[in-house]
Design a protein around this ligand. Structure first.
Ligand code: ADP
Ligand code: ZN
Ligand code: ZN
Length: 829
């Protein structure tokens, strides 16, 4: 007798745990842990899941359903990988299935499309026409003739746009069933190739003469064959003959498509298809690794010896000190010892330049993984790691979920960057922190690289939990830029400002352009103006869905909400008092672009922000043009501040930093220090010293002074005691809960209840709030936050998280609050 097996299946659902199904006997030998299966979930849903465990124990409390189908012959996920996903779900208080949902590229999920069929139990004579509408009868008739129908077909047949109510009624009368048809989403890319037909392939010289004789009268066909033979000679190796050439290679220039078709028909040539990679093929370079400087090779040695004792090393190197060069050397060493390497980058913006540098060294062993890639490309990277084609992966945060089997090293570049944190949806994970656990599971080493360490990482280094290596010199002894403050309060008072620019700033731009150098203008706000305002009554247009003013975009001539995407035409008159005097208040990148274009009409100005970089190559093109000095002045948001390596930037100007300095968040100062140091780091990276001008109303603010002195340690010494005093990270762990809902009252009440319950369970002084976040309504949802602070020592984080999880669940179970949502964010940033 054959054994009966059961399988625990992980499904992409916000429900706890795995689900047990029975394995059909026919699949006994082929099903394996890590393969995908198709199962029915509930009455109507068909889902793809991953097999976690195969065993012989039927669940006691429910009748199992059968697995419907097995998709893979080989596992697509590895045990260690699945364990890591589970850890992420525990740590970030979400379900394993939610992690699966972000971890697996859409191309590996099955898509389902609902189909309608007759209820199998329905007999023809059951139908009493009096019980059905005309449209229902039409549809039932059609279903009798066709096996199944899609929604769109059903709409056509019944002539009824509100198909759902029609279907609902038929469902209630038990006349139809709705099920989901599955489609595999990943489609391999194929190309058409051509070769000599077997009739002619590998034949002797006499046959060639015969063939050419035959074609002599057909000059177009002859031309084609001659071109083919110029690429693959008659006597070529059999393998080469079999491989043929791409059809597109053969049919170039003025060669005739119809002659080609005739040759196929007459069995002289034959066409065939092969599957090719979507990923760019590149020759593996015989590229020499650059010679490290003394400072760099000392740092390299130190990192390696620190790894003997510590899992992680913080590489704190000033901008342009050659951190990326060190990464390349370390990756090379790891690969030589047969390990996989993951290099994490915070943003797609940074991948272009670094990938180009790595490609030269690692060629086709390098896989790149990020969201501007299509699903199909992502699936190929996934498979490429599984089958060993890629052993170096460069990717953004979600690449920690890929199927690694033997990671030796994870490098986290720009480790301080907040883009490593996923905000929405769950799992709200921090890729840097999660990567530490991933490395731990693989026994891999970690290198955290940055010019501006996060307070957390620097603290761990100071406490000797991480090793610490410093690079204080820029490569080639390039100087760090000179930082200069312009007091905009003085300048405004003296009426010297020209638009957003102080005269000193304009002069600096002018001399920089004259010296044929490039300029970066940094303003962390896109659009033309953050709001419009009526001159007479101060009315400001607001978003109808969110508690924010609408940003004026001049290029598209519209008002836009940066939180929900709502758009409207700019008003000509005030909606409150009818006045025509409506002015713009404040300025964004568009306005700076506008002003600088009119002041420097000969300069090539380009804006780089979310609005100019949509599309797969938008960003890359701007970066390449700026690198090639086709652009003189680059105006942009924080996109321009990060990690980019340009040779000819001599001047960086920072606008409007005061807003960030006084932003109500305990990390505001840290952010300002990082963002200013980073943007300054774009200046003077190669030859002469660069200049940074910071326009501010607070030139003597201590944070700005530390930036100007390039003194991270002083900043750290000022900031750390504040964190300790107010019980913030790195001294505590934060967990933020947000209640959301359409009714302000209910949200407030639920948040109060939540806070009370948390205070009871966790201790009163660990819970803050509820309070309204700076923007208290987004997409018509009112928001209230409750903040939990947990000391790092002497507490059981696990127990507290379990309590928080249960408290959240209970709140939503309460009937009065069932319209609300509670979102939890562990280690919010
Ligand atoms: P970081 O990552 O610390 O900002 P990079 O690795 O980008 O620094 O180095 C800055 C610039 O100096 C790059 O253009 C890089 O190619 C160059 N560079 C750094 N170290 C070397 C080296 N040892 N040999 C040649 N060029 C180097
Ligand atoms: Zn008005
Ligand atoms: Zn909005």
């Amino acid at each position: 007798m054959r054994q009966t097996f059961f399988a625990d299946i992980l499904l992409p659902l916000p429900l706890k745990g795995t689900f047990t199904y029975r394995v059909p006997l026919a699949l006994n030998d082929t099903i394996a842990e890590g393969t995908r299966v198709v199962v029915q979930f509930g009455q109507k849903r068909i889902l793809t899941g991953i097999v976690i465990r195969i065993h012989e124990n039927p669940p006691r409390d429910y009748q199992t359903k059968m697995i419907l189908d097995l998709i893979d012959r080989q596992p697509i996920a590895l045990p260690l990988q699945l364990q890591f996903w589970e850890w992420v779900s525990d740590y970030y208080i979400c379900t394993w299935g939610e992690v699966m949902n972000v971890a697996v590229p859409a191309g590996l999920k099955l898509s389902s499309e609902s189909r309608i069929q007759l209820h199998p139990a329905l007999a023809a004579d059951d139908l009493n026409p009096d019980n059905f509408s005309e449209k229902e009868l039409l549809l039932l008739d059609a279903l009798r003739q066709n096996e199944t129908l899609g929604y769109e077909e059903a709409v056509k047949i019944s002539g009824n746009k509100q198909i759902y109510s029609l279907l609902k009624s038929l469902l209630q009368k038990e006349c139809i069933l709705i099920f989901e048809e599955l489609k595999e989403k990943y489609k391999p890319k194929t190309i058409k190739k051509v070769r000599l037909h077997a009739n002619w392939r590998g034949k002797d010289e006499a046959s060639l003469i015969e063939l050419l004789d035959r074609l002599a009268k057909h000059t177009k066909q002859e031309a084609l064959i001659l071109r083919y033979l110029s690429l693959i000679p008659w006597q070529a190796e059999p393998e080469q003959q079999l491989n043929g050439i791409p059809k597109s290679t053969l049919l170039t220039a003025n060669l005739s498509e119809s002659a080609y078709k005739t040759l196929l028909k007459n069995e002289v040539l034959e066409e065939f298809e092969i599957i090719v990679s979507r990923l760019e093929e590149l020759p593996t370079g015989d590229f020499q690794l650059p010679q490290l400087t003394d400072a760099q090779s000392n740092a390299l040695q130190k990192i390696i010896s620190l790894w003997d004792k510590k899992q992680a090393v913080l590489l704190h190197g000033v901008t342009g000190s050659g951190k990326t060069e060190l990464y390349i050397h370390l990756i090379d060493q790891m690969l030589q010892s047969g390990n996989q390497v993951l290099l994490l980058l915070p943003e797609i913006a940074l991948t272009t330049q670094i990938v180009a540098r790595l490609r030269r060294v690692f060629g086709n062993r390098l896989g790149v993984y990020h969201s501007r890639f299509s699903d199909n490309e992502r699936v190929e990277v996934w498979h490429g790691i599984m089958d060993g084609r890629f052993d170096v992966i460069v990717g953004v945060r979600s690449s920690i979920f890929l199927p690694f089997s033997h990671l030796g090293l994870i490098i986290i570049d720009e480790e301080h960057d907040s883009s490593y944190k996923q905000y929405d949806p769950a799992p709200r994970y921090h890729a840097r922190d999660a990567a530490m656990m991933l490395a731990h599971m693989h026994g891999a080493k970690v290198l955290l690289g940055t010019a501006t360490p996060s307070l957390e990482s620097f603290y761990h280094a100071a406490e000797k939990r991480y090793g610490y290596v410093r690079l204080t010199q820029r490569f080639n002894d390039a100087q760090l830029p000179a930082i200069q403050f312009i007091n905009t309060k003085h300048e405004s008072k003296a009426k010297r400002m020209i638009g957003e620019f102080a005269p000193v700033t304009l002069e600096a731009i002018r001399t920089t352009l004259e010296a044929k150098k490039q300029v970066i203008l940094f303003q962390n706000r896109r659009g033309y103006a953050p709001h419009l305002s009526c001159q007479t009554c101060n009315w400001v247009p607001h978003c109808q869905n969110c508690a924010v003013s609408l940003t004026f975009h001049m290029h598209s001539n519209e008002l836009r909400c940066h939180y929900c995407g709502y758009r409207e035409n700019p008003p000509h008159t005030c909606r409150q008092c009818g006045s025509h005097e409506i002015k713009t208040v404040g300025y964004g990148t568009e306005k700076i672009e506008d002003t600088v274009k009119s002041l420097f009409p000969d300069a090539v100005v380009q804006r780089m922000d979310l609005d100019t970089t949509r599309g797969k190559y938008g960003l890359q093109n701007i970066i390449e043009d700026f690198s090639a000095h086709k652009i003189d002045i680059l105006v942009g948001t924080q996109m321009v501040t990060k990690g980019l390596d340009f040779d000819h930037v001599a001047l960086v100007v920072v606008f409007d930093i005061d807003r960030a300095l006084y932003y109500p968040d305990f990390r505001a100062h840290e952010r300002v220090f990082q963002i200013l140091t980073q943007v300054a780091g774009r200046a003077g990276r190669k030859a002469a010293q660069g200049t940074v001008i910071i326009q501010t109303g607070n030139p003597h603010h201590p944070i700005l002074e530390h930036v100007a002195a390039h003194h991270f340690e002083d900043f750290y010494k000022d900031e750390l005691p504040q964190r300790q005093h107010y019980h913030y990270p790195p001294f505590t762990r934060l967990i933020e809960l947000t209640v959301k809902g359409e009714s302000a009252e209910e949200v407030e009440k639920a948040a109060q209840n939540l806070a009370v319950a948390l205070r009871n369970g966790l201790g009163g002084n660990r819970v803050l709030g509820p309070q309204a976040p700076p923007i208290e309504r987004i997409r018509n949802q009112y928001l209230r936050n409750v903040l939990v602070k947990i000391e790092r020592q002497g507490t059981s984080l696990k127990a507290m998280k379990a309590y928080i999880g249960t408290t959240m669940d209970n709140l939503i179970k309460n009937k009065t609050f069932k319209e609300l949502k509670v979102v939890v964010d562990v280690d919010p940033v």
